[in-house]
Design a protein around this ligand. Sequence first.
Ligand SMILES: Cc1cc2nc3c(=O)[nH]c(=O)nc-3n(C[C@H](O)[C@H](O)[C@H](O)COP(=O)(O)OP(=O)(O)OC[C@H]3O[C@@H](n4cnc5c(N)ncnc54)[C@H](O)[C@@H]3O)c2cc1C
Length: 496
Amino acid sequence: MKTPRLERRNGAAVDKALIDAFAKDFQGQVILLEDAGYDKARQIWNASIDKHPGLIARCAGVADVVHAVKFARGSDLLIAVRGGGHNVAGRALCDNGLVIDLSAMKGVFVDPDRRSVRAQAGATLGEVDRETHLHNLAVPFGVVSRTGIAGLTLGGGVGWLVRKYGLTCDNVLSCEVVTAEGEVVTADEETNADLFWGLRGGGGNFGIVTSFLYRAHPVSVVLGGPILYTRDQAGDVLRHYRAFMTTAPEELTAYAGLISTPDGAPAVAVVVCYCGDLAEGERVIRPLRGFGSPFMDAVQPLPFPAMQKLFDDAFPDRTYNYWRSSFLKALSDEAIDLIVEHGNRAGSPLSGVVLEFYGGAAGRVAPSDTAFAQRQAEYNVGITAQWTEAAEGDQHIGWVRALWDALVPHSSGGYLLNFLGDDNPEAIRGAFGTNHGRLVELKTKYDPTNFFSLNQNVLPRPRESRRAREGSASVGDRKKAAVHGPSAPGPVHRQS
Ligand SMILES: Cc1cc2nc3c(=O)[nH]c(=O)nc-3n(C[C@H](O)[C@H](O)[C@H](O)COP(=O)(O)OP(=O)(O)OC[C@H]3O[C@@H](n4cnc5c(N)ncnc54)[C@H](O)[C@@H]3O)c2cc1C
């Protein structure tokens, strides 16, 4: 490996004087290779990711984000954007470039009368839950409380409230965004509506979101927890789960999975979260609880933040991880058999295969209404390898790929953007599905140079094809197009 340093995209080192000038006007923390905190600051959740940024700019606020973007543009730096650092593929980091780190921007402000909450992009799910719960409200996020809201929301966001209240991105009312030009703009239904469309499922392709305004829902105590069976009952439990979910009300989100207990015993779990009236919830889930011979039933009334933390310990920081997922055309008997067969071969007690059933509110939004296209497929299979010894990687990665390959004939060809654990362009394209073309246009408009490249990347249209399309446009028009893209219906609206 070559010695890490901050360098331009052409490989030339950046002068110390330039870095000093940048640091002088930066209010947050500038973390360089020689600093004591550097190694900690370049760590993210997945220990498999070992990248050495040239500079980590831990922003204190929006002005710092703007300053970092302008510095990167002026010096032609590769950038990565870090929210909660939970992206499995490690897209929050880069080698020898600039990490624009928002993890210290954690302001959360609840408006109980409007049932909304504004959260800065460095907050985790748990940090938002803590504030909304004070008002008996909740935003639909994911299922592990230390995950960052930013990456999760931009990729769609599925969790315990998905069937009743939709994806996280369906509950975004407005975003504050720093563009590739370093301008601060608002994106909502009225202002920069095309950008707002792309931010709801299009990943980090179009700008750096500094804060989100979310709709919150009246959720306080839910009926939730796991029902656990020994692994030999896996096939029967998954078939029963499938039959049960066909008529389950939307208040109930339930996942089923092949996991191991904390002492390493292979098990099969059905985990439920019922977000309506608790007595009704007891009635609804009775058939699940009554099935087979579970060795543990821990379903109980839980404050929603506690539900969100149920699986935190199953995904500890700094383990080695490789994940893939696939939407299924249908959860056939054959697919269940493959899941059980391969699930039983997992080489680590921390690894698992999880079946997630969506539909409900998320499925009622049209695929073209937001950038998140995967609205119709109901079952997502998440294959998550997690291990503790670096040298064992090949074995665990091989296990994930073998099951994923075996499921190809059953796959809808659609993937969940948030669970893409490596840079597989076909899978990224499959995740964007029918929205990919529109995303390319949006990328060409808002980020024609692909300044934001370390994400589930959408490439802008090549310069040549842009020129051809622009035809005989004036020099002035062409200059404008380079900033806003040729298909721009109007200027980007700056925030007042
Ligand atoms: C343990 C665990 C549990 C998970 N559970 C769920 C779940 O239940 N549901 C679900 O939908 N997903 C889940 N995920 C996937 C998760 O949503 C994605 O990995 C997501 O990218 C994490 O967001 P982050 O901010 O923590 O990530 P980061 O690694 O910080 O960033 C992820 C990506 O988003 C971009 N990005 C980050 N912040 C910004 C910003 N402010 N503006 C623009 N771009 C930005 C980054 O450049 C990067 O490309 C889980 C992941 C883990 C590790």
